[in-house]
Design a protein around this ligand. Structure first.
Ligand code: ATP
Length: 395
């Protein structure tokens, strides 16, 4: 069931678009994350859902109720902000109870709810404390507790973990997800941290400059980024993306070259352009590039500039290939190459992600039907991305 639907929502501030024609449906019970760099419009969009901003165009629906003009209080939602917004002069208990008390809820109901929420979020021992006596993580739990006191059907969270140190943030990520799974409240979460987004969410919406770059499950966004932006924003270390040119012959065979000695013949049949090569971007995640053990099988040569210990037993080689910086995740039998070492890198063509050099949209081969040799520009991807031949199964 669709819980929240945004329909071509736009919002401008002083003639500058903060959000442009965003349409998305969020399912009942979903943990949905809006992720993107600072200023991409995620907070504005969340405030539009909350009723704190009105869109210039478009509509907000909760189920089949049009909520575009409804006041925040009428939306029955809970909100958690980055700064927690707790009342400093009130105890934890009073902070939790505040929202119900101002609505003159019966005393017995208020204390039953406080007990329930304190129990759920393990706040029992803290009820008499003031916010300033609490740690960051505890304050965060109180803020969350306050947001769910009225049993909202929708929970909105704006960068709720960004004031916490790295270790606590990691722990709270797991807690938040477990909490969501226990209560099943539809949650819209805003963050600029792609790790937070990929580790907690059922689906994420990657945003850039007020627009949607991609919506999908974390796995899908990582495996099949729809745009070069999405490819470089989601995933750690980020995907390597560098310019190249592609030429397609009349048989639909595509060759890609980045100006160095090698060219790749891509699998599949590609839409061609009779006017000659087109500008594309090659994409490859650090673990999709291997360090070649001999000259054979090396598609690229690169100079190692820096070696970094990555997660697990992975070594990250920061290399330079032509004018481009590449990061290669190596399970290094090679050991720890010195800066300045020239290495051969292997990037089999089936692992290459390809993007339009002008628009950044993912390019895909034609799947069905014989190639007819008609000249047409490379196909831009619209709608759900089919499983492409060009990415390999080990992506
Ligand atoms: P951040 O992570 O830094 O909070 P964001 O992705 O949440 O960024 P928004 O806060 O939604 O981005 O802002 C989007 C754009 O709209 C920015 O350019 C911002 O400067 C502008 N903007 C947001 N709110 C206002 C406002 N009240 N008045 C004027 N401009 C605004």
């Amino acid at each position: 069931m669709v819980m929240v639907r945004l329909e071509a929502v736009s919002k401008h501030f002083a003639n500058k678009a903060a959000v442009e024609r965003v349409s998305v449906e969020i399912a009942d019970g979903e943990f949905f994350t809006m992720v993107g760099p600072s200023g991409c419009g995620k907070t504005t969009l969340l405030r539009i859902v909350a009723g704190l901003e009105r869109p210039d165009q478009g509509d907000v629906w909760f189920g089949d109720r049009r909520m575009t003009d409804a006041a925040p209080a009428a939306r029955e939602l809970g909100m958690v902000f980055q700064n927690y917004a707790l009342y400093p002069h009130l105890s934890v208990l009073e902070n939790l109870a505040f929202g119900l008390r101002v609505r003159h809820a019966p005393r017995a109901e208020v204390s039953a709810r406080v007990r329930e929420v304190a129990d759920l979020l393990e706040l029992d021992g803290l009820l008499d404390q003031r916010p300033k006596q609490l740690s960051g993580g505890q304050r965060q739990r109180v803020a969350l507790g306050r947001a769910i006191m009225r049993r909202p059907r929708l929970l909105l969270m704006d960068e709720p973990l960004s004031n916490l140190d790295a270790l606590l943030r990691e722990r709270m990520r797991i807690e938040l997800r477990r909490f969501h799974d226990r209560l099943g409240i539809t949650t819209i979460y805003v963050t600029h941290d792609q790790r937070e987004a990929t580790s907690m969410s059922d689906r994420l919406m990657v945003m850039n400059a007020g627009r949607i770059e991609q919506i999908g499950a974390p796995e899908e966004v990582l495996r099949q980024p729809r745009t070069a932006f999405s490819a470089t924003f989601v995933g750690q270390p980020p995907m390597n993306v560098w310019p190249a040119s592609m030429e397609v012959d009349r048989g639909g065979n595509a060759r890609v070259t980045d100006g160095a000695d090698t060219s790749w013949t891509l699998p599949g049949s590609w839409p061609g352009d009779s006017d000659g090569p087109v500008r594309v971007l090659i994409g490859a995640r650090p673990h999709e590039i291997d360090v070649a053990t001999g000259a054979q099988g090396a598609h690229l040569t690169a100079t190692v500039e820096l070696v970094e210990r990555g997660p697990g037993d992975v070594t990250l080689l920061h290399c330079r290939h032509l004018d481009h910086r590449l990061i290669v995740a190596s399970r290094s039998e090679l050991g720890w190459p010195a800066a300045g070492t020239v290495v051969g890198l292997s990037l089999p063509p089936e692992r290459i992600h390809l993007f339009d050099g002008e628009t950044g949209s993912r390019l895909l081969p034609i799947h069905k039907g014989p190639w007819r040799g008609r000249a047409q520009p490379p196909q831009l991807v619209e709608g759900p991305v089919p499983s492409p031949e060009v990415t390999s199964s080990n992506v």
